[in-house]
Design a binder for this molecule. Sequence first.
Ligand code: CO
Length: 151
Amino acid sequence: MALREIVKYGDDILRKKCRPVTAFDEKLHILLDDMAETLAKAEGAGLAAPQVGMLRRAVIIDVHDGKGVIELINPEIIETDGVQNGNEGCLSLPGEWHEVERPFKVTVKAQDRNGEEFTMTGEGLLARAFCHELDHLDGVLFIDKAKIVTD
Ligand code: CO
């Protein structure tokens, strides 16, 4: 495993739409392992592939709930319920925290690192992380949805 550099706000790559993952091969596994190491070092809750310069639909999430790192390949939100408001940050925008409204409960459909499909439901922080990380895959940043934007 190796640390990868986290792309910072201002880089065009963060605004691009990512392509689906089609090869569930060693290259993908290395990317996911490197992302996990990078996320742990940065002490973040989630990291999307474009944040390490890869325009692929892959994200990892670790909300430190004891369940470890969740890997979502080609994820889609299939159901949401409720509303939550809370502060959100992003490893690509260090030091920026803004209030963002998100659904309280989110169900995603995704593939694992071997291409196996699964669904997962998260509430609270996990639901927020699903929304935040999936937005990255379409070039959307949390500041686009924040209630207060200081510029
Ligand atoms: Co982010």
